[in-house]
Design a protein around this ligand. Structure first.
Ligand code: PLP
Length: 379
């Protein structure tokens, strides 16, 4: 059997990883400033994470959600404390798309409405409602098109004011748009959306799948705007590579048995991974490190002549050039052994390192980038 060929692949075969580095089959060492697509929060194969997962595996790996799993409660308690959402409830799933899918369903169950407002440039995942809320016609299958989903221009308060009405079930927005090229919602924009949702009886869903878990320099990116969403979705950095996701739910939204469900969500191994991640983020002050390293990096990169714009908070950074960055990204990878990310906006390079990245590691990128960039500008 062959693999279904949906991924354009780099000819690199990683066999080992540690901290901010990946080692391939040939013995080459790569600096990972992509974090496996914003997934690696506490660094590759962190010893505490490895120990927690191995210990759990030796006890019990799986049973269904029909029994008590105290590790789920420990995870919820630690997540509540570290995120500042102690009073919210947690529903555990397996991925970012599934988290958004359930958040949208829960909103709809709760106010019995079906119109969802999403934003231009958004990406919310590839399941039914998540993809319908995603602004990319190339990846929405005909079966997933729905007139229930309406797209508003990003950061346009007036347009949002016209679209959010008493028919609106929920507004879904990323804490920072990731795939869309690291676009930050204005603080005032988020506040206004919150107020409109309150006025219309609509729910505010913050997709923090990529921007959450400390990546922005706060636990959640929306905390810069000091708004409280009704539902917050998480995944990626939550498990540091172990597939898991979650929905943080305002206690005003009430649970009913069987309204939501999943076979694998909240399994023992996922919880062990999730607890390890939260312990390391807290004990090693990784949110503070993300903020400091992000500020250092942004200041350094902004001093390069010819860069159109540097956007982002913490370690979620977009470097926008005047032209497509694919060639620079390839040179970084193959000539300098540095992984970076791209965006749907082809000119924007995305930098998403582990939250414990060191200044010296960022300097390796800055040196490589300056060599390539100066050459490209001169050509
Ligand atoms: N939401 C955002 C903001 C994302 O960036 C992604 C993935 O890139 C998703 C949702 C979907 O997550 P997953 O691929 O885990 O389903």
């Amino acid at each position: 059997m062959n693999l279904f060929d949906v991924y354009p692949l780099f000819d690199i075969e990683p066999v080992k990883a540690a901290g901010s580095y990946i080692f391939d089959k040939k013995g080459d060492k790569y600096l990972d400033l992509y974090g496996g697509h914003a997934v690696i929060s506490i660094g590759h194969s962190h010893p505490y994470y490895v120990e927690m997962l191995a210990r759990q595996l030796n006890h019990i790996a799986f049973y269904s959600n029909s029994v008590k799993i105290p590790q789920q409660e420990e995870l919820a308690e630690k997540l509540g404390k570290l995120s500042g959402y102690d009073d919210y409830n947690l529903f555990l799933v397996n991925s970012g798309a599934e988290a958004n899918e359930n958040a949208i369903k829960l909103a709809s169950f709760s106010n019995d409405r079906k119109e969802i407002i999403a934003f231009k440039g958004s990406f919310h995942g590839r399941t039914s409602a998540a993809i319908a809320a995603t602004d990319d016609t190339g990846i929405i299958a005909p079966v997933n098109y729905s007139s229930n989903f309406v797209f508003a221009p990003f950061n346009d308060i007036e347009a949002a004011g016209e679209l959010i009405t008493e028919k609106t079930c929920a507004v879904i927005i990323e804490g920072i748009q990731g795939v869309g090229g690291v676009q930050i919602p204005d603080q005032l924009f988020l506040k206004k959306i919150r107020a409109l949702c309150d006025k219309m009886g609509s729910f505010l869903i913050l997709d923090e799948v990529q921007s959450g878990y400390g990546r922005s320099g706060k636990f959640f990116a929306h905390q810069y705007a000091d708004v409280k969403p009704d539902l917050i979705t998480v995944a990626k950095g939550m498990g540091n590579g172990f597939p898991m996701g979650g929905v943080l739910i305002n206690p005003l939204l009430k649970a009913k048995h069987s309204m939501l469900g999943t076979t694998f969500g909240g399994n023992y191994l996922a919880c062990a991974a999730g607890i390890a991640v939260l312990d390391v983020i807290k004990n090693e002050n990784l949110i503070e490190n993300a903020l400091q390293m992000g500020n250092y990096f942004k200041n350094q990169i902004a001093s390069f002549d010819g860069i159109k714009e540097v956007r982002g908070n913490g370690l979620m950074i977009g470097i926008e050039l005047d032209s497509p960055c694919a060639e620079i990204r390839k040179q970084l990878l193959f000539d300098h052994k540095i992984f970076t990310g791209s965006s749907s906006n082809k000119n924007t390079l995305r930098i998403l390192p582990p939250l414990n990245v060191k200044r010296e590691e960022l300097d390796i990128f800055l040196e490589a980038f300056s060599q390539i960039f100066v050459k490209t500008m001169a050509a």
